[in-house]
Design a protein around this ligand. Structure first.
Ligand code: HEC
Ligand code: HEC
Length: 358
C-alpha cells in the first residue's frame, strides 16, 4: 500500500524514477521430487495416447509456456478440438480447471480427462497400465517414487506432481524491474481500466467465470471434425438441442443457469508473451487486439458483465497497458527442469501384426 502511494505520488509529480510495486509470487508447492521426475517423463511420452501419437507435451509445449500456439487445439487422430490450449504455468494453484471450470477438485481429475477423453488422448486406462509395466525404466521410477508397480493412479499422481512444479519465474513484475511504460500500464490496469477486479492476486485471476462478450470462433462450426468434438462435449454435458447449438456456452454447462451463458473462467495473465493467440477459442491474435477489445467495453452480448465499459484510452495508454501485460512473463520453461531430454522411450509400434512371428 505504501509502495502504491509512492508510485502514484511519483506519477503525479511527473517523476521518471517511479517507485515500483513488485508482486510476491505464491510459495512453491510441496512436491515429492521423485514423483515430479516420473511425471516429467510421462508428460513427454506418446504411449499415453491410444495410438501412441500424442503426448501431453504435443499440445502443452514448454517453449510456449505449455500452450501450442494455435487458435484451436489439435486433437486425437481423426479429431480436432474446439478450445484453445491453456497455459499450465501455475496451474497447481487454480481452484477450477478447463475454460468452463467443469473440473474443480484437483489436477489428478483433469489429467484423467486429458488421457481418456476420446477427442484428446483416447486412452484406455487398462492398456495404459500394461504399457507402463512393460517399460523397465517406469518400473524403476515408480518404485523410486514410492508408488509401487506402475499403475494408472500412480501415473496420474506423478503427472499431478510434475504439473505442480510448473511455476512462473522472474517476471519483471516479480523482480521489480518494470519499465516506465509498464509502470504507467499498471496504474491503468488497477485504476481506470478496472482489469484487476477480475484479474486479481499474484496469478492475475480470481478463477471465476464471466461473460466478456468474446465472439464465437466460426471454425468450430465450419470444420466437421471440430464440430463433431463439440457436439460430443455438449451432449455429454446435457445441453439441450446440442445438434443445432452454434455457440460455446462456457460455464453454463455446470449449472444450466441462464445467466451463466457464455461465461468463461478468468485466465491467468502470466506468460502472455508465450501464449498467443488468446481467449478460450483463440479468436484474438495479439495483446494489442485484446486491449482494443476492452477499450471498446468488451464484445456485444446482452449478458456481458457490468464491469466492462468503454474506457476511452488514448494510443499511449493502450501501449502502456500492453507493456504492463508483457511484464508478467518470466523465464522460458524450455529448460532441463521441465523437459525430458533423454531419448529412452524404447517402443516400436508394430505396423502389421500379422507379419510378427509367434
Ligand atoms: C490434443 C491436445 C491436448 C493434449 C494431448 C493434452 N491437453 Fe491438456 N488441454 C488441452 C485443451 C484444449 C484444454 C482446454 C480444454 C477445455 O477447456 O475444455 C486443456 C486443458 C488442460 C488443463 C487445464 C488447465 C487450466 O488452466 O484450466 C490441464 C491441467 C491439462 N490440460 C493437462 C494436460 C495433461 C497432464 C496432459 C497429458 C496427460 C494433457 N493436458 C494433454 C489440450 C490437450
Ligand atoms: C469481468 C471480469 C474481467 C475484467 C474486468 C477484465 N477481464 Fe480480461 N478476461 C476475463 C475473462 C473471463 C477472460 C476469458 C474470456 C474468454 O476466454 O472468452 C479474459 C481474458 C483476458 C485475456 C486473454 C488471456 C488468455 O490467455 O487468453 C487478457 C490478455 C485479458 N483478459 C486482459 C484484461 C485486461 C487488460 C483488462 C482490463 C482492460 C481485463 N482483462 C479486464 C475477465 C475479465
Amino acid at each position: 500500500m505504501i509502495m502504491r502511494t509512492l508510485a502514484l505520488t511519483a506519477l503525479l509529480m511527473g517523476s521518471s524514477a517511479l517507485a515500483q510495486e513488485a508482486v510476491t509470487p505464491e510459495p512453491p508447492l510441496d512436491v515429492n521430487p521423485a514423483r515430479a521426475e516420473l511425471g516429467k517423463r510421462l508428460f513427454y511420452d506418446t504411449r499415453l495416447s491410444g495410438d501412441a501419437s500424442l503426448a501431453c507435451a504435443s499440445c502443452h509445449q514448454p517453449g510456449k509456456a505449455f500452450t501450442d500456439g494455435q487458435a484451436l487445439s489439435d486433437a486425437y487422430t481423426g479429431a480436432a478440438h474446439f478450445r484453445n490450449t491453456p497455459t499450465l504455468a501455475n496451474t497447481g494453484y487454480r481452484d477450477a480447471w478447463l475454460h468452463d471450470g467443469r473440473l474443480g477438485t484437483n489436477l489428478n481429475d483433469v489429467t484423467r480427462e486429458m488421457i481418456t477423453e476420446t477427442y484428446l488422448m483416447n486412452m484406455d486406462m487398462r492398456i495404459m497400465q500394461d504399457r507402463l509395466k512393460q517399460d523397465p525404466v517406469y518400473v524403476e521410477m515408480f518404485a523410486a517414487a514410492g508408488l509401487g508397480e506402475p499403475s494408472n493412479g500412480g501415473a496420474r499422481n506423478a503427472l499431478q506432481a510434475f504439473q505442480q512444479t510448473i511455476q512462473s519465474r522472474n517476471a519483471p513484475i516479480d523482480t521489480g524491474t518494470l519499465s516506465a511504460a509498464a509502470q504507467r500500464g499498471q496504474v491503468i490496469f488497477e485504476g481506470k481500466a478496472n482489469c484487476a477486479s477480475c484479474h486479481s492476486g499474484s496469478r492475475f485471476t480470481d478463477d471465476q467465470p464471466y461473460n466478456t462478450g468474446v465472439a464465437n470462433n466460426p471454425d468450430i462450426w465450419s470444420d466437421p471434425q471440430r464440430h463433431s468434438a463439440f457436439v460430443t462435449y455438449a451432449k455429454f454435458m446435457g445441453v439441450e438441442d446440442y445438434m443445432n447449438l452454434r455457440e460455446d456456452l462456457g460455464a453454463y454447462i455446470r449449472t444450466h443457469q441462464q445467466d451463466k451463458r457464455r461465461t468463461f473462467l478468468t485466465p491467468t495473465l502470466r506468460e502472455l508473451t508465450y501464449t498467443a493467440p488468446y481467449m478460450h477459442n483463440g479468436i484474438m491474435a495479439t495483446l494489442e487486439e485484446v486491449v482494443d477489445f476492452y477499450d471498446a467495453g468488451g464484445g456485444a452480448d446482452p449478458l456481458k458483465d457490468s464491469r466492462l465499459k468503454p474506457l476511452g484510452l488514448v494510443p499511449s495508454e493502450k501501449a502502456d497497458l500492453v507493456a504492463f501485460l508483457e511484464s508478467l512473463s518470466g523465464e522460458s520453461f524450455d529448460t532441463d527442469a521441465y523437459v525430458w531430454r533423454e531419448d529412452d522411450y524404447d517402443y516400436q509400434l508394430i505396423e502389421n501384426w500379422r507379419d510378427v512371428p509367434n
